[in-house]
Design a protein around this ligand. Structure first.
Ligand SMILES: NC(=O)c1ccc[n+]([C@@H]2O[C@H](COP(=O)([O-])OP(=O)(O)OC[C@H]3O[C@@H](n4cnc5c(N)ncnc54)[C@H](O)[C@@H]3O)[C@@H](O)[C@H]2O)c1
Ligand SMILES: [Zn+2]
Length: 417
């Protein structure tokens, strides 16, 4: 691989240590002092006390939304719901015969209570309301609480509220950051503890989810955005540049990597990135992200796929001829976008796939948010009296080897009668 531009990794570790300590402190305060600590932290970070968003306010935001925006959100809802409903359908309860006398099975039962974090620090993200809430609804979760920062005007963005209204959300809180995650992970004031906390966020939010995992469930680690674009001579440098800047504008710590088999495409795409950064409204964020987290390299498709499977990017875009067959080379990514006409933003907003996806190499061990995130696969077993004899004979030997006498007894008793 020949790099034309590399990441600047120098500050990354220091920053992560700082975030880890800061978040640990926030979580401890809220765990020990509840609502009082939550209030103190919200006021100091976002300038406002935590507050409940009334159901009327949510419904009113939906009523007041323009017809065009309503239509856009409806199209997104329809597509996202249809993809996630199809996921629910593949998770069927089943029982199988291990042999004639032993049956085993699984049931998929939803968690009772889920909290969905919707980012809103730098930009309001009404799209994340849809991405977090619809899969929970399709899974059959009873209580869905949404948490989102209050925003500069003191209330969450009106489109974010309208999206909640469209989906019939009744519980929402204007609280952001690690403190929002702590509030639903431990419970605080009137905020009840949730069974699972899902949703993307900045480094603080993501680190908070990592630290509360085990006390509550989490969907995964969906931190600052990343894209890896794989391009051959078929690609359009203007498309490539727009797709890179589309990731970079999310956060100064976002990343965009272009790997191409064609050096001239790489050079032209870099030129287009600088042109865009000169003009685009979000260039103050995107330019910092490009300096720190922009990378461009040229190599063979084999070299590229090897690197991609190590980096495990959140988004993988395949701007190549025959993307469907090239996809087979790639095994670690949150979501893949095939061909020149499936840019990542279609997945961000409207096409149906989820945008809450693993970042920071976590696609090596997890996928993105889906209906299964909210469903617990519960296993059960039923052996007949006849099966017990054989199971006890062999099972007791293993228990005896482990020295677990009551285990052995429990099985042998069943085998005797
Ligand atoms: N991976 C994914 O699936 C995915 C999807 C969408 C968005 N994202 C990411 O979500 C992130 C959204 O970030 P955001 O910052 O705009 O909104 P956010 O809502 O995640 O965070 C805002 C909150 O961070 C807290 N905060 C800010 N500075 C802090 C500090 N110094 N110490 C402690 N807390 C602090 C504040 O309380 C604020 O309310 C972006 O990084 C974006 O890339 C990821
Ligand atoms: Zn995006």
């Amino acid at each position: 691989m020949q790099f034309l531009k590399r990441f600047d990794e120098s500050k990354a570790k220091e920053l992560m240590d700082e975030v880890r300590e800061r978040v640990e402190d926030i979580l401890n305060q809220i765990r020990l002092e509840g609502w009082d600590a939550l209030t103190r932290i919200c006021e100091s970070l976002d300038g406002l006390a935590p507050s409940k968003i009334k159901p009327d306010e949510i419904q009113e935001a939906w009523q007041k939304l323009s017809t065009e925006m309503k239509e856009a959100l409806k199209v997104a809802e329809k597509n996202i719901r249809s993809f996630h409903r199809a996921q629910r359908e593949i998770l069927k309860d089943f029982t199988c015969d291990i042999d004639e006398e032993i049956k085993a099975g699984m049931r998929f039962i939803p968690v009772k209570s889920a909290a969905v974090y919707v980012p809103g620090g730098r930009y309001p993200l009404p799209s994340t309301v849809l991405m977090g809430v619809i899969p929970a609804q399709e899974a059959g979760v009873e209580r869905i609480a949404v948490l989102t920062p209050p925003g500069r005007e003191g209330r969450p963005n009106s489109v974010t509220l309208a999206a909640m209204g469209m989906l019939g959300i009744r519980e929402a809180w204007a609280i952001g950051g690690a403190q929002a995650i702590a509030a639903v992970a431990f419970g605080a004031g009137d905020i009840k503890q949730a069974d699972i906390v899902v949703g993307p966020g900045n480094a603080y939010v993501t680190e908070a989810k990592r630290q509360v995992f085990g006390i509550v469930g989490i969907d995964g680690l969906a931190g600052p955005s990343e894209v890896m674009i794989v391009a051959d001579s078929n690609a359009d440098p203007k498309f490539l540049a727009a797709d890179m800047v589309a990731q970079l504008e999310h956060d100064p710590s976002a990343r965009a990597m272009l790997l191409t088999t064609d050096e001239s495409i790489a050079k032209r795409a870099i030129g287009e990135v600088y042109k865009l950064l000169d003009n685009i409204r979000t260039s103050s964020v995107a330019s910092v992200a490009w300096e720190n987290g922009g990378a461009v390299a040229v190599g063979t498709l084999e070299e590229i796929s090897r690197m991609a499977n190590e980096v495990a990017p959140e988004h993988l875009e395949l701007a190549v001829e025959k993307p469907e067959s090239v996809l087979e080379l790639f095994t670690c990514y949150g979501a893949a976008f095939l061909g020149n006409y499936s840019p990542v933003p279609f997945g961000d907003y409207i096409a149906g796939t989820n945008h809450i996806l693993p970042t920071g190499r976590s696609a090596k061990f997890q996928g993105g948010l889906w209906v299964g995130t909210f469903l617990r696969p519960l296993q059960h077993l039923c052996a007949s009296k006849k099966a017990a004899l054989n199971l006890a004979r062999h099972g007791a030997r293993i228990a005896d080897a482990e020295g677990l006498a009551a285990h052995s007894l429990s099985m042998r008793m069943r085998g005797l009668y």
